[in-house]
Design a protein around this ligand. Structure first.
Ligand code: SF4
Length: 491
């Protein structure tokens, strides 16, 4: 799987914008699911549910150590094994060790973003183990040698003709672009793999500390097979994907499937509570709980909230930036607004600077999020770290000249007389750049980027404030107050 590097953000974004397939697919997906989710929250019979779930998510984060200890105890009591992995490497090494111990030659996977985050597939493949995705979308991108481009619709960037050609090449079937025919071909190929795999590797939508069960949702039934057919099942979860009680689990799951695909409940909900009890067969269940930078996020009150995310993907379905550039530009396991916050925090703010700077801060992601995660606030906080640097987050200041320019700007806009003088000076300096159409088509130096793809209107001869004063002369009281504030005698 070739994941684009962060330095390719602009290139991948341009590629996404140029792809008519991606644009068509994303438009209809966002219209249906994004707008649909917005409507659904307004019409929700119990409007307090979102707030309750958010509160329970935050409460769980406040007591995460105790709740995880309780989960581990319950899973072990049910015959499962629990491993706490500090890093991605640590988690992958553990999974590889389990595979080796069980002489695994083939692993069948259920959809898991955490497994992509920790990069376990290449580790298993390097050890000679075949890894097969069984979620249809994930299987398609695996055959294409590409990373997924959406959290819940991994092959949204491909159309059925491309998939038809891919299946003809890779599965040796006759070319077809008929979805049922293609689905049948995938099912046939995957059934073979599921029957012969020695290990199933899945994610975990939620784990319940009260019962020691993990739950997995799907609409294809593949997860149920991947968790029960092979003798060994390994589930990998980010350490925040736990809920304290079954009551909280029920409500959180209801919001997850609604946010993801507007469903009250998904077609399959599998509860895994330890190794299956099969007479005459030894079966194993392992739960790998991954930290990989989450403790650091948890310790920072500014970003802790992002761990309340239940990975439904709704924010992708409403985001105007994701809706144009698609998922590959994000160059990480998580894309869209949630990826723009969580990837810099997990992998480095400087490394993923483009992600947090690329979003518009329009606020739609917060509105559509089932747990009302304030992603725009956290994006601004990340930008602040990039603008001023942060020892805590090991972030170096990206552009000291820009920070200086904004300090100058603040100085200017908080002093009205100086600001007006600055405007007059800028109006003079802009003259050589104003074209015949009365627009500025080309700026120079650091401002050049502003006119790369659009013209700018010049600074007006008369400012809005001056026009307003002309039309609505201030009363003597207001004039006096304004003069005092601005240090002027007369406004
Ligand atoms: S931030 Fe909210 S909308 Fe986005 S994936 Fe997480 S829970 Fe879903």
């Amino acid at each position: 799987m070739n994941r684009p590097s962060q330095s390719n953000y602009t290139r991948e974004a341009i590629k996404g914008i140029a792809s008519t397939t991606l644009q068509t697919n994303l438009r209809s997906f966002q219209e249906r699911l994004g707008q649909g989710a917005m409507r659904m929250w307004v019409e929700l019979a119990d409007p307090e549910k979102r707030r309750r779930v958010k509160a329970s998510r935050m409460r769980t984060l406040d007591h995460l150590d105790i709740i995880l200890a309780s989960l581990a105890e319950k899973v072990r009591a049910r015959g499962g094994r629990v491993y706490f992995a500090e890093t991605a490497q640590d988690a992958s090494d553990y999974i590889l060790a389990v595979a080796r111990k069980n002489q695994v030659k083939r692993v069948v996977k259920g959809k898991s973003m955490t497994s992509i985050e920790i990069g376990v597939d290449p580790v298993l493949e390097a050890a000679g183990i075949e890894v097969v995705e069984t979620d249809l979308g994930e299987y398609i991108v695996q055959l294409a040698g590409e990373p997924p481009s959406h959290i819940i619709a991994p092959c949204i960037h491909l159309d059925r003709r491309q998939i038809g050609r891919l299946f003809a090449d890779q599965l040796g079937i006759d070319y077809s672009e008929d979805p049922p025919t293609l689905t049948r071909a995938a099912r046939h190929a995957l059934r073979e793999k599921l029957l012969s795999a020695e290990m199933g590797l899945t994610g975990c939508n939620l784990a319940c500390a009260e019962t020691g069960q993990i739950s997995l949702v799907s609409n294809e039934g593949n997860i149920r097979m991947a968790t029960t057919m092979p003798p060994v099942h390994v589930a990998v979860m980010g350490m925040e994907r736990v809920v304290a009680t079954m009551a909280e689990h029920r409500e959180t799951l209801q919001l997850l499937t609604r946010g993801a695909v507007l469903q009250k409940i998904s077609t399959y909900v599998s509860f895994v509570g330890g190794p299956a009890d099969t007479p005459g067969e030894t079966r194993e269940f392992h739960l790998v709980i991954v930290d990989n930078g989450r403790s650091k996020i948890l310790a920072d009150p500014e970003f802790r909230e992002v761990l309340a995310c239940i990975r439904c993907g709704a924010c992708l379905n409403i985001c105007p930036v994701y809706g144009k550039i698609g998922g590959h530009a994000y160059a990480s396991a998580y894309c869209g607004p949630i990826g723009a916050v969580v990837s810099p925090l997990l992998e480095g703010i400087n490394k993923h600077a483009d992600l947090c700077k690329g979003e518009t801060l329009c606020g739609a992601c917060k509105e559509v999020c089932p747990v009302e995660n304030d992603l725009p606030r956290m994006l601004s906080a990340l930008r602040h770290k990039l603008a001023y640097g942060s020892d805590q987050w090991d972030t170096r200041q990206m552009n000291p000249a820009e920070a200086f320019a904004f300090r100058l700007w603040r100085h200017l806009v908080t002093r009205p007389a100086l600001y007006r003088a600055g405007l007059r000076l800028a109006a003079l300096l802009q003259r050589p750049f104003i074209g015949k159409n009365r627009m500025i088509s080309r700026m120079v130096g650091p401002a050049a980027g502003w006119t790369d793809s659009r013209d700018l209107p010049p600074i007006a001869r008369q400012s809005f404030a001056a026009r307003w004063r002309q039309k609505h002369p201030p009363t003597p009281d207001v004039a006096k107050k304004t003069a005092e504030n601005s240090g002027e005698e007369k406004v």
